[in-house]
Design a protein around this ligand. Sequence first.
Ligand SMILES: [Mn+2]
Length: 434
Amino acid sequence: MESLPFDLSDYRGRQVGFLQQIPDDSLLILPTNPVMARSNDTNFPFRADSYMLYLCGWDSPDAVFIAYKADESWKTSLLVRPADQKAEIWEGRRVGVEGATSGWPVDIAHSIDEMEGILKDLMHDRSAIYTIPGKNAIIDEMISSCTLPVSDPRPILDKMRMLKSPAEAKIMQECANIASSAHIEGMRHAFPGIGEWHLQSILEGHFTRNNSQWAYQSIVGGGDNATILHYNSNNSIVMDGELVLIDAGCEVNGYASDITRTWPVNGSFSNTQRSVYELVLTAQKAGINACTAGSPWISMHKATSEVLAAGLIELGIIDCSIDDALGGRLVSIYSRFFMHGTGHLLGLDVHDVGGGRQGDSEPGPILRPGMVVTVEPGLYFGSWWGEIDVPEEFLGLGVRIEDNILITESDPIVLTSDCPKEISDLEEIVGSMG
Ligand SMILES: [Mn+2]
Protein backbone atom coordinates (compact mmCIF):
# COMPACT_ATOMS: atom_id res chain seq x y z
CA MET A 1 0.00 0.00 0.00
CA GLU A 2 1.43 3.35 -1.04
CA SER A 3 -0.09 5.06 1.94
CA LEU A 4 -2.88 4.36 4.37
CA PRO A 5 -6.37 5.29 3.12
CA PHE A 6 -7.36 6.84 6.46
CA ASP A 7 -5.73 9.15 8.99
CA LEU A 8 -3.85 7.36 11.77
CA SER A 9 -6.31 8.93 14.21
CA ASP A 10 -9.21 7.21 12.40
CA TYR A 11 -7.64 3.81 13.02
CA ARG A 12 -6.87 4.73 16.63
CA GLY A 13 -10.51 5.70 17.08
CA ARG A 14 -11.66 2.32 15.77
CA GLN A 15 -9.21 0.50 18.06
CA VAL A 16 -10.40 2.44 21.11
CA GLY A 17 -14.02 1.88 20.08
CA PHE A 18 -13.44 -1.85 20.14
CA LEU A 19 -11.11 -2.10 23.14
CA GLN A 20 -13.40 -0.18 25.47
CA GLN A 21 -15.98 -2.91 24.90
CA ILE A 22 -13.83 -5.81 26.12
CA PRO A 23 -12.54 -6.55 29.66
CA ASP A 24 -9.31 -4.82 30.72
CA ASP A 25 -7.40 -8.02 31.30
CA SER A 26 -8.08 -9.53 27.88
CA LEU A 27 -5.75 -10.03 24.96
CA LEU A 28 -6.76 -9.45 21.32
CA ILE A 29 -4.92 -11.61 18.79
CA LEU A 30 -6.02 -10.84 15.25
CA PRO A 31 -4.13 -12.72 12.51
CA THR A 32 -4.51 -11.68 8.87
CA ASN A 33 -5.53 -14.11 6.11
CA PRO A 34 -3.14 -16.92 5.17
CA VAL A 35 -1.42 -17.02 1.78
CA MET A 36 -3.12 -19.73 -0.31
CA ALA A 37 -1.35 -21.92 -2.88
CA ARG A 38 -2.78 -21.88 -6.41
CA SER A 39 -0.45 -24.31 -8.15
CA ASN A 40 2.92 -25.75 -7.18
CA ASP A 41 4.88 -22.75 -5.86
CA THR A 42 2.46 -20.11 -7.21
CA ASN A 43 -0.04 -18.46 -4.87
CA PHE A 44 -3.44 -16.86 -5.23
CA PRO A 45 -3.21 -13.07 -5.00
CA PHE A 46 -3.02 -12.21 -1.31
CA ARG A 47 -5.94 -10.35 0.20
CA ALA A 48 -5.62 -9.09 3.79
CA ASP A 49 -8.26 -9.93 6.38
CA SER A 50 -10.97 -7.26 6.49
CA TYR A 51 -10.77 -6.82 10.30
CA MET A 52 -7.01 -6.25 9.94
CA LEU A 53 -7.65 -3.60 7.27
CA TYR A 54 -10.30 -2.02 9.47
CA LEU A 55 -8.24 -1.82 12.66
CA CYS A 56 -4.81 -0.91 11.32
CA GLY A 57 -4.72 -0.91 7.49
CA TRP A 58 -1.97 -3.54 7.29
CA ASP A 59 -2.32 -5.25 3.91
CA SER A 60 0.78 -7.50 3.74
CA PRO A 61 0.80 -11.23 4.52
CA ASP A 62 2.14 -12.91 7.67
CA ALA A 63 0.90 -10.32 10.13
CA VAL A 64 -0.86 -10.33 13.49
CA PHE A 65 -2.49 -7.36 15.22
CA ILE A 66 -2.36 -7.52 19.02
CA ALA A 67 -3.88 -5.40 21.78
CA TYR A 68 -3.53 -5.65 25.56
CA LYS A 69 -3.63 -3.37 28.56
CA ALA A 70 -0.37 -2.43 30.26
CA ASP A 71 0.24 0.36 32.79
CA GLU A 72 -3.44 1.34 32.73
CA SER A 73 -3.57 1.92 28.99
CA TRP A 74 -4.21 -0.19 25.94
CA LYS A 75 -1.17 -1.00 23.80
CA THR A 76 -1.44 -2.09 20.20
CA SER A 77 1.19 -4.05 18.40
CA LEU A 78 1.83 -5.50 14.94
CA LEU A 79 3.85 -8.60 14.18
CA VAL A 80 5.13 -8.27 10.61
CA ARG A 81 7.59 -9.79 8.16
CA PRO A 82 11.01 -8.29 8.99
CA ALA A 83 13.17 -6.55 6.39
CA ASP A 84 15.11 -9.21 4.46
CA GLN A 85 16.91 -8.10 1.32
CA LYS A 86 17.30 -11.58 -0.07
CA ALA A 87 13.58 -12.34 0.23
CA GLU A 88 12.60 -8.86 -0.92
CA ILE A 89 14.56 -9.28 -4.18
CA TRP A 90 12.15 -12.13 -5.03
CA GLU A 91 8.91 -11.10 -3.38
CA GLY A 92 8.89 -7.32 -3.21
CA ARG A 93 9.80 -4.67 -0.68
CA ARG A 94 8.64 -4.96 2.92
CA VAL A 95 7.68 -2.22 5.33
CA GLY A 96 9.53 -4.11 8.05
CA VAL A 97 9.42 -3.72 11.81
CA GLU A 98 10.77 -0.17 11.95
CA GLY A 99 8.49 1.03 9.16
CA ALA A 100 5.48 -0.50 10.89
CA THR A 101 6.31 1.26 14.16
CA SER A 102 6.72 4.69 12.59
CA GLY A 103 4.03 4.74 9.88
CA TRP A 104 1.18 2.60 11.18
CA PRO A 105 -1.40 3.15 13.92
CA VAL A 106 0.27 0.88 16.48
CA ASP A 107 2.46 1.50 19.51
CA ILE A 108 5.05 -1.15 18.78
CA ALA A 109 5.99 -3.72 16.15
CA HIS A 110 7.94 -6.95 16.22
CA SER A 111 9.09 -9.54 13.74
CA ILE A 112 6.54 -12.27 13.04
CA ASP A 113 9.41 -14.67 13.74
CA GLU A 114 9.09 -13.77 17.44
CA MET A 115 5.36 -14.49 17.52
CA GLU A 116 5.28 -17.57 19.74
CA GLY A 117 7.42 -16.09 22.50
CA ILE A 118 5.53 -12.79 22.49
CA LEU A 119 2.11 -14.42 22.59
CA LYS A 120 3.17 -16.86 25.29
CA ASP A 121 4.35 -13.98 27.51
CA LEU A 122 1.20 -11.96 26.91
CA MET A 123 -1.13 -14.90 27.53
CA HIS A 124 0.62 -15.54 30.82
CA ASP A 125 -1.03 -12.75 32.79
CA ARG A 126 -4.38 -12.30 30.98
CA SER A 127 -7.70 -13.82 31.87
CA ALA A 128 -9.39 -13.90 28.44
CA ILE A 129 -8.47 -14.05 24.77
CA TYR A 130 -10.30 -12.50 21.85
CA THR A 131 -9.39 -14.04 18.51
CA ILE A 132 -10.72 -15.25 15.15
CA PRO A 133 -9.75 -18.89 14.64
CA GLY A 134 -8.88 -20.53 11.33
CA LYS A 135 -6.41 -17.93 10.09
CA ASN A 136 -3.14 -19.06 11.61
CA ALA A 137 -2.46 -22.69 12.57
CA ILE A 138 0.23 -21.86 15.15
CA ILE A 139 -2.02 -19.39 16.97
CA ASP A 140 -4.95 -21.84 16.87
CA GLU A 141 -2.71 -24.49 18.41
CA MET A 142 -1.40 -22.17 21.14
CA ILE A 143 -4.93 -21.13 22.07
CA SER A 144 -6.32 -24.63 22.12
CA SER A 145 -3.61 -25.73 24.52
CA CYS A 146 -4.07 -22.84 26.96
CA THR A 147 -6.77 -22.69 29.61
CA LEU A 148 -7.97 -19.11 29.08
CA PRO A 149 -11.54 -18.54 27.94
CA VAL A 150 -11.68 -17.55 24.25
CA SER A 151 -14.15 -15.02 22.83
CA ASP A 152 -14.99 -13.92 19.31
CA PRO A 153 -14.33 -10.20 18.68
CA ARG A 154 -16.54 -10.16 15.59
CA PRO A 155 -19.92 -9.40 17.19
CA ILE A 156 -18.43 -6.13 18.50
CA LEU A 157 -16.39 -5.29 15.39
CA ASP A 158 -19.23 -6.12 13.01
CA LYS A 159 -21.53 -3.60 14.66
CA MET A 160 -18.81 -0.96 14.20
CA ARG A 161 -18.00 -1.90 10.61
CA MET A 162 -21.68 -1.74 9.70
CA LEU A 163 -21.74 2.05 10.09
CA LYS A 164 -19.45 3.80 7.60
CA SER A 165 -17.71 7.05 8.52
CA PRO A 166 -17.78 9.93 6.01
CA ALA A 167 -14.20 8.97 5.00
CA GLU A 168 -15.29 5.39 4.33
CA ALA A 169 -18.37 6.55 2.42
CA LYS A 170 -16.10 8.72 0.25
CA ILE A 171 -13.96 5.72 -0.71
CA MET A 172 -17.07 3.69 -1.40
CA GLN A 173 -18.33 6.46 -3.68
CA GLU A 174 -15.04 6.40 -5.63
CA CYS A 175 -15.29 2.65 -5.86
CA ALA A 176 -18.89 2.87 -7.11
CA ASN A 177 -17.86 5.44 -9.73
CA ILE A 178 -15.19 3.13 -11.17
CA ALA A 179 -17.62 0.22 -11.30
CA SER A 180 -20.31 2.39 -12.90
CA SER A 181 -18.00 3.51 -15.69
CA ALA A 182 -16.80 -0.09 -16.17
CA HIS A 183 -20.39 -1.21 -16.80
CA ILE A 184 -20.86 1.66 -19.27
CA GLU A 185 -17.69 0.56 -21.12
CA GLY A 186 -19.11 -2.96 -21.40
CA MET A 187 -22.42 -1.65 -22.74
CA ARG A 188 -20.72 0.58 -25.30
CA HIS A 189 -18.53 -2.13 -26.79
CA ALA A 190 -21.16 -4.88 -26.89
CA PHE A 191 -22.41 -6.54 -30.09
CA PRO A 192 -24.46 -9.66 -30.86
CA GLY A 193 -22.09 -12.62 -30.87
CA ILE A 194 -19.70 -11.15 -28.28
CA GLY A 195 -18.21 -13.66 -25.82
CA GLU A 196 -19.18 -13.34 -22.16
CA TRP A 197 -15.43 -13.44 -21.42
CA HIS A 198 -14.93 -10.46 -23.75
CA LEU A 199 -17.41 -8.35 -21.80
CA GLN A 200 -15.77 -9.55 -18.58
CA SER A 201 -12.37 -8.37 -19.84
CA ILE A 202 -13.73 -4.93 -20.73
CA LEU A 203 -15.10 -4.40 -17.23
CA GLU A 204 -12.15 -5.88 -15.39
CA GLY A 205 -9.71 -4.05 -17.68
CA HIS A 206 -11.43 -0.84 -16.65
CA PHE A 207 -11.02 -1.78 -12.98
CA THR A 208 -7.30 -2.37 -13.52
CA ARG A 209 -6.79 0.83 -15.53
CA ASN A 210 -8.23 2.70 -12.56
CA ASN A 211 -5.84 1.10 -10.07
CA SER A 212 -8.58 -1.12 -8.77
CA GLN A 213 -9.45 -4.81 -9.05
CA TRP A 214 -12.50 -7.04 -8.95
CA ALA A 215 -14.13 -7.41 -5.54
CA TYR A 216 -15.65 -10.80 -6.42
CA GLN A 217 -15.65 -12.98 -9.52
CA SER A 218 -17.54 -11.15 -12.27
CA ILE A 219 -20.80 -12.73 -13.42
CA VAL A 220 -21.45 -12.27 -17.15
CA GLY A 221 -24.43 -14.36 -18.23
CA GLY A 222 -26.08 -14.15 -21.64
CA GLY A 223 -29.59 -15.58 -22.20
CA ASP A 224 -30.31 -18.58 -19.99
CA ASN A 225 -26.99 -18.16 -18.16
CA ALA A 226 -28.53 -15.13 -16.44
CA THR A 227 -30.82 -17.56 -14.61
CA ILE A 228 -27.83 -19.01 -12.72
CA LEU A 229 -27.38 -16.66 -9.77
CA HIS A 230 -23.64 -17.10 -9.25
CA TYR A 231 -22.75 -18.04 -12.84
CA ASN A 232 -19.10 -17.23 -13.50
CA SER A 233 -17.95 -19.61 -16.22
CA ASN A 234 -18.37 -16.66 -18.60
CA ASN A 235 -17.57 -18.92 -21.56
CA SER A 236 -20.62 -18.60 -23.83
CA ILE A 237 -21.44 -16.35 -26.76
CA VAL A 238 -24.21 -13.79 -26.21
CA MET A 239 -26.53 -14.27 -29.18
CA ASP A 240 -28.53 -11.66 -31.06
CA GLY A 241 -31.84 -11.12 -29.29
CA GLU A 242 -30.55 -12.19 -25.88
CA LEU A 243 -30.24 -10.19 -22.70
CA VAL A 244 -26.94 -10.21 -20.87
CA LEU A 245 -26.75 -9.90 -17.08
CA ILE A 246 -23.51 -8.50 -15.67
CA ASP A 247 -22.92 -8.54 -11.91
CA ALA A 248 -19.47 -7.04 -11.39
CA GLY A 249 -17.90 -4.68 -8.90
CA CYS A 250 -14.46 -3.51 -7.90
CA GLU A 251 -12.47 -2.90 -4.75
CA VAL A 252 -10.77 0.31 -3.61
CA ASN A 253 -8.69 0.25 -0.42
CA GLY A 254 -10.48 -2.98 0.45
CA TYR A 255 -13.99 -1.53 0.03
CA ALA A 256 -16.28 -3.17 -2.52
CA SER A 257 -18.81 -1.97 -5.04
CA ASP A 258 -21.40 -4.42 -6.35
CA ILE A 259 -23.40 -3.50 -9.47
CA THR A 260 -25.72 -5.58 -11.62
CA ARG A 261 -27.12 -4.43 -14.95
CA THR A 262 -29.11 -6.39 -17.54
CA TRP A 263 -29.52 -5.23 -21.14
CA PRO A 264 -30.15 -6.52 -24.66
CA VAL A 265 -26.88 -7.28 -26.42
CA ASN A 266 -28.27 -5.92 -29.71
CA GLY A 267 -29.32 -2.64 -28.09
CA SER A 268 -33.06 -3.11 -28.31
CA PHE A 269 -35.47 -4.74 -25.83
CA SER A 270 -38.12 -7.11 -27.22
CA ASN A 271 -41.63 -6.58 -25.86
CA THR A 272 -41.32 -9.53 -23.48
CA GLN A 273 -37.86 -8.49 -22.29
CA ARG A 274 -39.16 -4.96 -21.80
CA SER A 275 -42.14 -6.08 -19.71
CA VAL A 276 -39.97 -8.17 -17.36
CA TYR A 277 -37.25 -5.49 -17.18
CA GLU A 278 -39.72 -2.71 -16.38
CA LEU A 279 -41.21 -4.81 -13.61
CA VAL A 280 -37.82 -5.47 -12.00
CA LEU A 281 -36.87 -1.80 -12.38
CA THR A 282 -40.09 -0.65 -10.71
CA ALA A 283 -39.47 -3.13 -7.89
CA GLN A 284 -35.87 -1.97 -7.54
CA LYS A 285 -36.89 1.68 -7.25
CA ALA A 286 -39.47 0.73 -4.61
CA GLY A 287 -36.69 -1.09 -2.75
CA ILE A 288 -34.44 1.97 -2.88
CA ASN A 289 -37.25 4.19 -1.59
CA ALA A 290 -37.55 1.84 1.38
CA CYS A 291 -33.91 2.50 2.36
CA THR A 292 -34.79 4.97 5.09
CA ALA A 293 -33.21 5.29 8.51
CA GLY A 294 -35.24 3.57 11.20
CA SER A 295 -36.87 1.03 8.87
CA PRO A 296 -36.58 -2.68 9.64
CA TRP A 297 -34.24 -4.65 7.39
CA ILE A 298 -37.14 -6.56 5.82
CA SER A 299 -38.76 -3.35 4.52
CA MET A 300 -36.57 -3.33 1.37
CA HIS A 301 -37.50 -6.92 0.59
CA LYS A 302 -41.16 -6.27 1.33
CA ALA A 303 -41.19 -3.32 -1.06
CA THR A 304 -39.58 -5.21 -3.96
CA SER A 305 -41.59 -8.38 -3.35
CA GLU A 306 -44.96 -6.64 -3.40
CA VAL A 307 -44.19 -5.04 -6.76
CA LEU A 308 -42.82 -8.26 -8.25
CA ALA A 309 -45.70 -10.45 -7.03
CA ALA A 310 -48.32 -8.05 -8.37
CA GLY A 311 -46.44 -7.75 -11.67
CA LEU A 312 -46.13 -11.50 -12.10
CA ILE A 313 -49.90 -11.83 -11.71
CA GLU A 314 -50.48 -9.02 -14.20
CA LEU A 315 -48.13 -10.59 -16.75
CA GLY A 316 -50.03 -13.87 -16.45
CA ILE A 317 -46.98 -15.72 -15.16
CA ILE A 318 -48.69 -16.73 -11.93
CA ASP A 319 -52.39 -17.10 -11.38
CA CYS A 320 -53.37 -16.45 -7.77
CA SER A 321 -54.18 -13.67 -5.34
CA ILE A 322 -51.46 -11.25 -4.26
CA ASP A 323 -51.65 -12.65 -0.71
CA ASP A 324 -51.10 -16.21 -1.92
CA ALA A 325 -48.32 -15.01 -4.21
CA LEU A 326 -46.50 -13.34 -1.34
CA GLY A 327 -47.26 -15.88 1.34
CA GLY A 328 -46.89 -15.12 5.03
CA ARG A 329 -43.13 -14.74 5.26
CA LEU A 330 -42.37 -13.36 1.79
CA VAL A 331 -41.37 -16.79 0.55
CA SER A 332 -44.16 -18.18 -1.48
CA ILE A 333 -45.29 -18.61 -5.07
CA TYR A 334 -43.49 -15.57 -6.47
CA SER A 335 -40.20 -16.69 -4.96
CA ARG A 336 -39.93 -19.46 -7.55
CA PHE A 337 -38.80 -16.63 -9.83
CA PHE A 338 -37.17 -14.37 -7.22
CA MET A 339 -35.33 -16.77 -4.95
CA HIS A 340 -32.75 -14.50 -3.29
CA GLY A 341 -32.78 -11.65 -0.82
CA THR A 342 -33.25 -8.06 -1.96
CA GLY A 343 -29.86 -6.95 -0.75
CA HIS A 344 -27.00 -7.13 1.70
CA LEU A 345 -24.68 -4.84 3.58
CA LEU A 346 -21.63 -3.69 1.60
CA GLY A 347 -18.21 -2.62 2.82
CA LEU A 348 -14.81 -4.23 3.32
CA ASP A 349 -16.53 -7.49 2.43
CA VAL A 350 -18.81 -7.55 -0.59
CA HIS A 351 -21.36 -9.42 1.50
CA ASP A 352 -20.47 -7.34 4.48
CA VAL A 353 -20.63 -8.22 8.13
CA GLY A 354 -23.44 -7.15 10.41
CA GLY A 355 -26.27 -9.45 9.38
CA GLY A 356 -29.16 -9.02 7.04
CA ARG A 357 -28.34 -12.00 4.82
CA GLN A 358 -31.11 -14.26 3.66
CA GLY A 359 -30.98 -17.41 5.74
CA ASP A 360 -29.78 -15.54 8.84
CA SER A 361 -31.73 -16.55 11.91
CA GLU A 362 -31.61 -12.96 13.16
CA PRO A 363 -34.11 -10.49 11.70
CA GLY A 364 -31.36 -8.22 10.35
CA PRO A 365 -30.37 -4.75 11.51
CA ILE A 366 -32.59 -1.71 11.61
CA LEU A 367 -31.46 0.61 8.79
CA ARG A 368 -29.29 3.40 10.14
CA PRO A 369 -27.46 6.38 8.64
CA GLY A 370 -23.98 5.28 7.55
CA MET A 371 -25.01 1.81 6.41
CA VAL A 372 -24.32 0.91 2.79
CA VAL A 373 -26.62 -1.72 1.34
CA THR A 374 -27.35 -3.19 -2.06
CA VAL A 375 -30.84 -3.32 -3.57
CA GLU A 376 -30.95 -6.05 -6.18
CA PRO A 377 -34.28 -7.66 -6.99
CA GLY A 378 -34.45 -10.00 -9.97
CA LEU A 379 -36.69 -12.33 -11.93
CA TYR A 380 -35.46 -15.57 -13.47
CA PHE A 381 -37.14 -18.04 -15.82
CA GLY A 382 -34.60 -20.74 -16.67
CA SER A 383 -35.60 -22.79 -19.71
CA TRP A 384 -33.31 -25.54 -18.36
CA TRP A 385 -35.16 -25.79 -15.03
CA GLY A 386 -37.47 -28.58 -16.23
CA GLU A 387 -40.46 -28.00 -13.96
CA ILE A 388 -41.36 -24.47 -14.95
CA ASP A 389 -44.88 -23.55 -15.89
CA VAL A 390 -44.72 -20.10 -17.45
CA PRO A 391 -45.66 -18.83 -20.92
CA GLU A 392 -43.02 -19.90 -23.46
CA GLU A 393 -41.99 -16.33 -24.28
CA PHE A 394 -40.50 -15.83 -20.81
CA LEU A 395 -38.26 -18.88 -20.85
CA GLY A 396 -34.54 -18.14 -20.88
CA LEU A 397 -34.90 -14.67 -19.35
CA GLY A 398 -33.00 -13.53 -16.28
CA VAL A 399 -33.06 -9.91 -15.10
CA ARG A 400 -31.42 -8.38 -12.03
CA ILE A 401 -30.76 -4.71 -11.31
CA GLU A 402 -28.47 -3.79 -8.43
CA ASP A 403 -27.37 -0.47 -6.97
CA ASN A 404 -25.38 0.48 -3.87
CA ILE A 405 -27.18 2.73 -1.43
CA LEU A 406 -25.89 4.87 1.43
CA ILE A 407 -28.53 5.29 4.15
CA THR A 408 -28.69 8.86 5.48
CA GLU A 409 -30.83 10.88 7.88
CA SER A 410 -32.87 11.98 4.86
CA ASP A 411 -33.12 10.47 1.36
CA PRO A 412 -30.97 7.47 0.47
CA ILE A 413 -27.91 8.24 -1.68
CA VAL A 414 -27.48 5.95 -4.68
CA LEU A 415 -23.69 5.62 -4.91
CA THR A 416 -24.02 3.89 -8.29
CA SER A 417 -26.36 6.44 -9.85
CA ASP A 418 -23.86 7.08 -12.70
CA CYS A 419 -24.60 3.61 -14.05
CA PRO A 420 -27.60 3.78 -16.43
CA LYS A 421 -30.62 1.55 -15.89
CA GLU A 422 -33.52 3.27 -17.70
CA ILE A 423 -34.56 1.42 -20.87
CA SER A 424 -34.11 4.47 -23.12
CA ASP A 425 -30.59 5.10 -21.79
CA LEU A 426 -29.55 1.47 -22.17
CA GLU A 427 -30.88 1.29 -25.74
CA GLU A 428 -28.89 4.39 -26.62
CA ILE A 429 -25.61 3.28 -25.03
CA VAL A 430 -25.47 -0.45 -25.83
CA GLY A 431 -23.36 -1.02 -28.93
CA SER A 432 -22.63 2.67 -29.47
CA MET A 433 -18.90 1.90 -29.93
CA GLY A 434 -19.48 -1.52 -31.54
MN1 LIG B 1 -24.84 -7.98 -4.48
